[in-house]
Design a protein. Structure first.
Lengths: 958, 258
């Protein structure tokens, strides 16, 4: 009846009074339109930071038609934005159920006009609704929130329910509430609203305004009539409102409202589109900011404990913050300041575990932004980017907020850093979420980790917990030594970010990971394993070569590698270009993905690939790489370079470029990987200790590697150096590993080199002829291990022409005098595109006579063929032993002749009798041949008196 | 009168001194040279001459250090009672026997062969231990630089087959020693060779125009009335690198016939 009366009155007013053309729906200017006041019980302003005001009163008035007093429009939606840090605690009082809220109140004192029958204990304030009929007050109650909201309060004036739902603003840890009431009823013409929320609803001073006592004052004993039963005070006198713990300036409140007559537009986020003129806004700033921030307590208990207690193990980490929230609940205390920034410096030795990278994804900023309280797992940050669980407990919601810790996309996160974390905890049920981005710094030298979470929410929480995942692919690794380790935690409060509360949290590493679990003593052991070999076991065949290095978790890091390959295991570099030095340098500065997509080195220089496993635990993360041939390096004639894209999960840390010098022994052509001239193997990269566990090198370019032609037992000897922490000051320890290496089927290799000797120049006695020897091995046969050639006895050593002899000292210095050169040599090999050529020297020897040494050069490689000179059955013999097990196409040696430098002299007229040499070759396969080549001097026609033999025509022997 | 005085002197010497048969050793610093020689037969005509065999040799050593200085030149003066008689022997040229094996040299100049002997040297190459080199010496009647010479041909196969010929130029001199044999070594031993020993026996006899001749012939300078005579057989001078010269005189005795 009353409602009908109001409606009639309104219709009458509309009929009698023309609407004012100069006014529209909105708020009167200034505090007449919108004001908010936090007050103490005596009415004075409540201005102590973190305190609980006696009441927070919000007055909202709407423009009215004149002179009817009707509002210019009917308010439809209302948004009241509270300042950051102003907290309402719906857990402070019981909640009024939906049925209670919808059942009209029945008062023993007077017919109630409130549509609810909520219990007194759930009342948190009063609201005054001003209509043309006057102002009447109604109770405001803490209501059971609908799904997706943390709280709800409302009132039911004239039986029309009105409720406010909070939206939580979280930008930069703000934690501010915006109270939203949608679809305000048009049944009464609201001219003004005065909403008073009690700071401490349990205060008995409010008893006269509770329930049936509101508007129906019982002068005699209102406290006795409407007091809250003691049974409802189960958890004490908890405060409902808490002022911000910040003294940074006046508190700002704002409001936005539209009308049923002209509804405002909305943004996709659900917030009003304030660019729409249908929205009317107003703002209120408190006269002064809050004060006495320095009186606020600031305490929080912080802990950081790894899940593993053994050395060098994959480990998770449990981190927790437990702030003191006593002041949030106790009405007579002030809430302590909340934590703005937490800086957690893990102890040195706890580092990122590269194993975490396997299968790990990353969360982009857009995905992070897409995380909402109601978003499904994976709808925001993808599940592969999850590396831990998070929990936040707050008194503001009954259930804990739960969520995940995600890896942020490197270099595309709020910090632009390589490592960052996203902390996302939420309750879809309560529509509540905490999102914080944290920066993770890894010391480039030690790998020590420091995590910084800034702008933590001003949301009061009792427990914030992060549990990094455990298991073989846990994100962290424990230190390498047993002992006590301490995490340094620095906490900075919102009230004064410059102030620091320093805390420590210690843990013990008590076990080793070797059998028996004893703690390692002294330096970590270093016994890496190395296996190597060729896939094809047939002598002389093309093959792929592999090298496999492994080390255990508890061992020192591998810092260098050198190896001596078996003699004869060689690379066919003919037709293979070197990766240019500039390209190698460029690779060092490239992103790993870019290197994978477009390798720096040309494909023509690629000779194999690598596969390297990094990290602690049983499941290292593997990263592929490529293996290239490169040119001279640090004095070595050749080098190989491994370019690994350092992509570990989402982390594209660049490239790891390791260039290793290849030395070729000049005497045996034995190939050595020379660590002294090579790049060290990095053990920390971009702050992540690599924990290189497994290195696999496959030199598998087709027909590149060639097996020896010897079936003698050899070995591949590896030498590795290790380093223990601290990484900045490595202490090298040497370990060796030898792998037997022996091929088979040598007997199937043919060995039948062709050999020819010829003389040029004078043939008469006393002449100094030039000698030319040509060896032509059979392709695909065994390589020549030794050769002994005895010249015909008619050739003497011309001592008088042995002018200078290169000393071994000068020979080593590659500074032989020109006078020691007695010839030249040329070797053609399928291993090289160009022949190897060089001079033949007489060099000091431990033999009676000087050695005859051919020094061959080709593509930076030097080979010394050392021959001993002696006498055999009256002839000069040259013996070349220990020749490289390398394939030859043709070898030519020329010993100069002539009156000035010929070291051979005819002791008779060479044309008078057949000149027969003796040549004996032994193959690396142990097959041998003896040849009797006839030497062909150039005799004038008719001078040669001996009969030419059949094979003499060619002067060759086979 | 003069011959009688000499004979008296020789007799007295023969009484006073035993016949010399050992080596004459001279030393300067660490360089030592042992010069030795022999003359056979001991019974020689008092007048005229008879074919003889003369052996001269020297051993060069260092009392300290690996090798002695390099021998540059050797001169051997032979007593004037002995003389070389190449007449009737073919002359061999260096070009015929150098280089050649012993066999080759003999094939070329066998008829010029006047003696034989041995030769030893050390070869010292840089950074190497010295190694000895030995060779057989065959001496041929020859010419060198236009004059008479004894061509000492050396051939060895260790450590490598090689040969060289040492030409002793023959010159007539006046005084006690009537014949001088001299040779320069550098050009034949190269700069790495160090001669450590040389021994040469000249004993060729041959017939010429129905007369029996010796390449070397001698008489015994015993004075009349004395059967024995001791006389300076040879005087040798060895010149080494660095200007060191060592000389030694070798005395031998003979018995006069007739």
């Amino acid at each position: 009846v009353r409602r009908a009366g109001v409606l009639i009155a309104a219709l009458l007013a509309l009929a009698a009074v023309a609407p004012a053309a100069d006014a529209s729906f909105g708020f009167p200017l200034g505090s007449a339109g919108f004001s908010v006041a936090a007050t103490q019980a005596n009415g004075d302003p409540a201005d102590l930071a973190g305190s609980h005001p006696y009441a927070l009163t919000t007055k909202i008035a709407f423009n009215q038609q004149s002179p009817s007093g009707f509002p210019q429009g009917d308010v439809k939606d209302l948004f009241v934005e509270l300042p950051p840090g102003l907290i309402e605690n719906p857990g402070a009082v019981p909640k009024c159920t939906e049925s209670e809220f919808s059942a009209p109140r029945s008062s023993p004192f007077e017919a109630s006009r409130s549509g609810e029958s909520c219990p007194e204990a759930s009342q948190i304030g009063v609201v005054g609704i001003d209509t043309a009929a006057g102002t009447r007050h109604f109770g405001v109650f803490n209501l059971v929130p609908p799904p997706g909201y943390p709280s709800r309060f409302g009132f039911s004036p004239y039986g029309t329910p009105v409720s406010f739902l909070p939206r939580v603003r979280q930008a930069d840890g703000e934690y501010g509430l915006t109270l939203v009431s949608r679809n305000f009823s048009q049944l009464f013409d609201t001219r003004a609203i005065e909403l008073t929320i009690w700071g401490n609803p349990w205060a008995t001073s409010h008893d006269g305004e509770r329930g049936n006592c509101l508007n129906e004052a019982e002068p005699a004993s209102p406290h006795a009539q409407c007091e809250v039963p003691l049974a409802d005070r189960a958890h004490g006198l908890w405060a409902y409102l808490t002022l911000p713990s910040s003294c940074s300036g006046p508190l700002t409140f704002s409001i936005a409202a539209d009308s049923w007559q002209q509804p405002g537009g909305y943004l996709p986020s659900g917030l009003p589109d304030l660019a729409d003129p249908a929205w009317n806004t107003a703002e209120h700033r408190s006269a002064a900011g809050l004060k006495d921030c320095d009186q606020l307590d600031f305490f929080s208990l912080a802990k950081a404990l790894p899940s593993a207690s053994s050395v060098s193990s994959s480990t998770g980490l449990s981190f927790s913050l437990e702030p003191n929230l006593t002041g949030l609940l106790a009405a007579d205390k002030s809430l302590s300041s909340r934590i703005k920034r937490a800086t957690i410096a893990l102890p040195e030795g706890i580092t990122i575990n590269p194993s975490v990278g396997a299968g790990l994804g990353a969360c982009t900023e857009a995905q992070y932004a897409a995380e909402t309280p109601s978003s499904a797992p994976g709808a925001g940050c993808p599940n592969p980017s999850k590396i831990g669980l998070v929990t936040v407990r707050t008194p503001l919601v009954e259930d804990a907020l739960k969520g995940s810790l995600f890896i942020a996309k490197p270099f595309a996160n709020p910090f632009g850093s390589a490592y960052a974390l996203y902390f996302v905890a939420k309750s879809a049920e309560r529509g509540f979420m905490v999102k914080v981005a944290g920066k993770l710094d890894a010391d480039p030298l030690s790998g020590r980790l420091t995590a910084t979470f800034d702008n933590l929410p001003q949301l009061p929480y009792t427990d914030l917990k992060v549990d990094f995942r455990e298991g073989q692919r846990a994100p962290l690794v424990t230190p390498a030594a047993c002992g006590r380790y301490t995490t340094q935690i620095a906490l900075n409060p919102w009230i004064d970010p410059g102030a620091t509360l320093q805390q420590t949290s210690s843990f013990e590493i008590v076990r080793g990971i070797t059998a028996g679990g004893a703690c390692p003593t002294g330096g970590a052991p270093f016994t890496p394993r190395a296996t190597a070999g060729t896939l094809n076991a047939n002598a002389g065949s093309a093959t792929a070569f592999y090298l496999h290095l492994t080390r255990n978790d508890y061992e020192q890091e591998i810092t260098s590698y050198s190896a001596q390959l078996p003699p004869g295991l060689l690379g066919r570099i003919a037709g293979i270009s070197f990766c240019p030095d500039a390209a190698i340098e460029a690779a060092k500065g490239r992103a790993g993905a870019a290197e994978l997509e477009r390798p720096s080195c040309p494909a023509a220089s690629e000779i194999g690939h690598t596969f390297s496993g990094y990290g602690a635990g049983l499941a290292p993360a593997y990263a592929p790489g490529k293996f290239y041939l490169a040119g001279p390096y640090h004095g070595a004639p050749l080098s190989v370079v491994a370019i690994n894209s350092a992509i570990v999960g989402p982390f594209d840390l660049g490239t790891i470029v390791i260039r290793s010098a290849i030395q070729v022994d000049p005497r045996s052509a034995r190939v050595t990987i020379d660590s002294s001239a090579s790049d060290p193997i990095p053990h920390i990269f971009a702050g992540i200790p690599l924990r290189l566990r497994d290195v696999r090198v496959h030199v598998d370019r087709p027909a590149f590697m060639v097996n020896p032609t010897s079936c003698a037992p050899f070995s591949i000897a590896s030498t590795l150096t290790g380093s223990d922490a601290p990484f900045a000051n490595p202490r090298d320890v040497v370990a060796t590993a030898t792998v037997p290496y022996q091929l088979s089927n040598c007997s199937s290799l043919k060995f039948s080199p062709a050999f020819a000797l010829s003389l040029r120049g004078p043939t008469k006695r006393g002449g100094y002829p030039q000698l030319r020897a040509v060896v032509t091995p059979r392709p695909g046969g065994a390589n020549i291990a030794s050769a002994a050639v005895t010249l015909p006895p008619s050739l003497f050593l011309a001592q008088e022409h042995i002018g200078e002899i290169c000393t071994r000292t000068r020979f080593r210095a590659d500074a032989c005098p020109a006078g020691s050169i007695v010839g030249k040599a040329k070797a053609e090999t399928p291993l090289l595109s160009e022949p190897m050529e060089g001079a033949v020297f007489l060099r000091s020897s431990d033999n009676s006579l000087p050695d005859l040494v051919a020094v061959l050069h080709g593509r930076g490689v030097r080979i010394d063929l050392e021959g001993r000179i002696d006498s055999h059955r009256g002839g000069i013999r040259g013996r070349f032993e220990g020749l490289p097990d390398a394939p030859l196409t043709r070898f030519t040696m020329t010993i100069f002749g002539g009156r000035k430098r010929g070291i051979l002299v005819n002791s008779e007229n060479l044309c008078r009798s057949p000149q027969i040499a003796d040549a004996r070759f032994l193959g690396h396969s142990n097959a041998g041949v003896v040849l009797k080549p006839k030497v062909n001097p150039k005799c004038r026609k008719g001078v040669r008196k001996h009969r030419r033999g059949k094979s003499q025509a060619t002067g060759r022997g086979r | 009168m003069r011959a009688g005085a000499l004979s008296v002197l020789a007799f007295l010497l023969a009484l006073a001194l035993p016949p010399a048969t050992g080596a004459e050793v001279v030393q300067r610093g660490h360089l030592r040279v042992a010069f030795e020689g022999e003359l056979t037969p001991h019974l020689l005509p008092r007048s005229g001459s008879a074919p003889v065999s003369v052996t001269v040799g020297a051993k060069i050593s260092a009392t300290a250090g690996p090798v002695p200085p390099r021998l540059r030149r050797i001169s051997i003066a032979i007593n004037r009672y002995g003389h070389l008689t190449p007449g009737g022997l073919p002359v061999c040229r260096v070009e015929q026997i150098q280089p050649a094996t012993t066999k080759g040299a003999l094939e070329a100049c066998r008829r010029s062969l006047v003696g034989e002997g041995s030769f030893s040297a050390n070869v010292l190459l840089p950074e190497q231990a010295p190694f000895p080199s030995y060779g057989k010496v065959y001496a041929y009647n020859g010419t060198y630089n236009g004059g008479p010479a004894i061509l000492a041909h050396v051939y060895g196969t260790e450590p490598a087959p090689t040969s060289y010929t040492l030409p002793f130029q023959v010159a007539r001199t006046k005084g006690t020693y009537g014949t001088l044999l001299s040779a320069s070594l550098p050009q034949v031993t190269s700069e790495w060779g160090y001669v450590t020993g040389l021994s040469l026996t000249l004993d060729r006899t041959f017939s010429f125009r129905g007369e029996r001749r010796g390449y070397v012939s001698a008489s015994c300078p015993a004075p009349t009335g004395f059967a024995l005579a001791t006389f300076p057989l040879a005087h040798s001078t060895f010149a080494f690198t660095g200007g060191v010269r060592l000389s030694a005189t070798l005395s031998r005795s003979c018995r006069a016939r007739g």
